[in-house]
Design a protein around this ligand. Structure first.
Ligand SMILES: NC(=O)c1ccc[n+]([C@@H]2O[C@H](COP(=O)([O-])OP(=O)(O)OC[C@H]3O[C@@H](n4cnc5c(N)ncnc54)[C@H](OP(=O)(O)O)[C@@H]3O)[C@@H](O)[C@H]2O)c1
Length: 310
């Protein structure tokens, strides 16, 4: 990601939220408090990359005080961007960023998580913040092993649409997380989309298979529709525009409707019509079984990736 203009990603966020108020309100869980944090707890982000930027942008857009947010990021130009764009305090040293933090959010790649935890174990032992990890595949017991068993830990699996404020995050906790810490974690991630609590951490691999990897399934379907339209004679640009807008419009309808995907599908499927003809072909190919097989593979791979970090 080195050298990429990460700042551009956040710029999409407020536009998208304002464009789709009904969608977002419908998508957010009833249990989720999307009001700004009452007091502004000090939050330290370790790693100032794509995910951290989207969460910081969402928090500030929901009323969090930029002065309460610190970010540790090794690259000087990225630190300058973060400070300029969000007004947050930035540090080259992870230990400096966590001083005084009530919540430390680990937003580095899974492969370097063990080393980052080794650096942070001592400072975190003293300040005992709520520790949140968004690293794919990193289990709570691994974080406890690397950081010490005394910490309250939230493991979160966000997804890429969090970058435009339309994320879906699954969260689970260890036994040390109290109600106020749970509420804080929920406020952070509900600023960037919807939140669901997962009771059994083993199910986080399923969360990864649904919402973590899910955007790619959706992109694949859009890609397949575009390619098929070209094969059937449409110019590429027309095929792309119609496929993309159709998927966007259908997703937005689904998010703003009280009906399920299944009900909406039935509503647009007239007997003996064109849609029914296409859906019969999907059924002959047993699309449901294929999706189940694909998601089983993703779930299994998630478990393997966690084991590789042991
Ligand atoms: N992106 C997603 O869709 C997504 C979805 C779910 C979960 N996640 C998880 O979110 C985490 C972050 O992903 P991302 O996409 O935001 O990655 P990213 O853009 O690469 O951000 C990671 C950041 O950490 C910085 N970093 C590297 N070494 C560091 C260190 N020792 N201490 C502090 N910061 C350090 C990197 O700086 P340099 O660029 O200089 O190396 C980079 O700015 C990952 O664990 C990933 O599994 C991401």
């Amino acid at each position: 990601m080195r050298g990429e203009p990460r700042s551009r990603i956040y710029l999409v966020l407020p536009l998208t939220l304002q464009d789709c108020p009904t969608t977002r309100d419908t998508m957010t869980t009833a249990a989720t408090d999307r009001s700004p944090p009452a007091a502004h707890p000090n939050i330290a982000f370790i790693g100032g990359g794509n995910m951290a930027r989207s969460l910081i942008g969402a928090l500030i857009a929901h009323g969090a005080d930029a002065g309460s947010i610190t970010v540790a990021e090794p690259r000087a130009d990225a630190r300058d961007d973060l400070a300029r764009e969000f007004g947050v305090r930035t540090y080259a040293d992870n230990a400096d960023a966590v001083a005084g933090a009530e919540c430390v959010l680990l937003a580095v790649k899974p492969q370097i998580m063990r080393d980052v935890c080794a650096q942070l174990a001592e400072p975190l032992r003293e300040i005992r913040p709520l520790l949140i990890s968004i690293a794919a595949g990193v289990r709570i017991d691994q974080l406890q092993r690397w950081l010490g068993a005394h910490l309250a830990i939230v493991r979160c699996m966000p997804n890429t649409p969090a970058l435009i404020g339309a994320g879906a995050s699954g969260l689970c906790v260890n036994a040390r997380v109290g109600a106020a810490q749970r509420a804080l974690a929920e406020r952070i991630f509900s600023a960037a989309g919807i939140v669901r609590w997962i009771d059994d951490e083993a199910q986080m691999d399923v969360v990864t298979a649904v919402s973590g990897s899910g955007p790619a399934y959706f992109f694949l379907l859009t890609e397949a529709m575009e390619d098929a339209a070209v094969s059937l004679g449409l110019p590429r640009e027309t095929a792309r525009a119609l496929s993309m807008q159709t998927c966007f419009g259908a997703g937005r309808m689904l998010a703003s409707s009280n009906e399920t995907a299944s009900q909406l599908r039935a509503r647009v499927t007239s007997p003996h019509g064109t849609t029914e003809a296409a859906l019969q072909v999907f059924a002959q190919g047993d699309l449901h079984a294929l999706v189940l097989r694909a998601m089983k593979a993703a779930t299994l791979r998630g478990g393997e990736m966690s084991a590789e970090l042991d």
